[in-house]
Design a protein around this ligand. Sequence first.
Ligand code: 13P
Ligand code: SF4
Length: 304
Amino acid sequence: MLYEEIARLKKLRNAVILAHNYQLPEVQDVADFVGDSLELALKAQEVDADVIVMAGVKFMAEMVAALNPDKVVIHPNSYAGCPLADFLNGGVLSGYRSKFPGEPLVVYVNSPIEAKASADYVATSSSAVKLVSRLGADRVLFGPDRNLAEFVAEKTGVEVIPVPPNGHCPVHEFLISRYYAEKALEEHPGAELVVHPEAPREVRRMASFVGSTSQMLEYVQRTRASKVLLGTEEGLAYRARKLAPGKEILPLNARAVCADMKKITPRHLLESLERLEPKVTLDPRIASRAREVIERSLELVRRG
Ligand code: 13P
Ligand code: SF4
């Protein structure tokens, strides 16, 4: 009944539902498209709909709204934020700009729209390595995730200054830690470990593959291993099991739950389609500046 009503309203509103890979299974099942942050941004630019419902956290809804100024963008639960993105709240970046005036400033997609608007480039977990290597700079500023900053430095050989020095995702930093990785590998000997770059270095070093949520999904499908541990938010396992049904796929830590990602339920989808609220409204000047930065970054990554 609930699902039928969502389908009816979607048609009535000419709406699409985009969902991140960590969303609840019942939200993923009702979405038109499920993906990582980069895929969601690209999809948002190409959908032919009047209304986009972004089932994800706030920075994702803001980015979709910035890229689609002529569409109605709904974030079904505006309380779904991202504690990592919050590290760049309140104009933190301006101090770094004055301290390092000549260095390119790259912000991770997990950041407030104002931070994107004041940056030179925006990177996602799947594009960061390519983007930084294409800048041709010896040194870049990168924030807010210090683990991703370090991963980019390892992969590109570029000096990466983390902005701020301690930015982290609490789910990956504390629940995808070395302790849980060792525990899981002990419980599942022979399992292959695949992790997200927001995880700490010790865990990335134990893994056979490091990538964005969708890159992890691709890897899980192509690896020969029959048992895989996913070093990221537990929600990815649902999609991985669907895409690689013959394999045993387990979250590295079943308690690694991003509470914000789980704040959207089918009921929120239904109500937001009924009321066309909560709408994402951005300051038009900030949105337009952020759009320029995002589009320039997508272009750089797409090239070649
Ligand atoms: P992805 O872009 O890899 O999907 O990551 C988003 C995120 O929030 C990871 O915690
Ligand atoms: Fe933010 Fe971490 Fe949740 Fe991703 S998993 S949305 S980085 S808090």
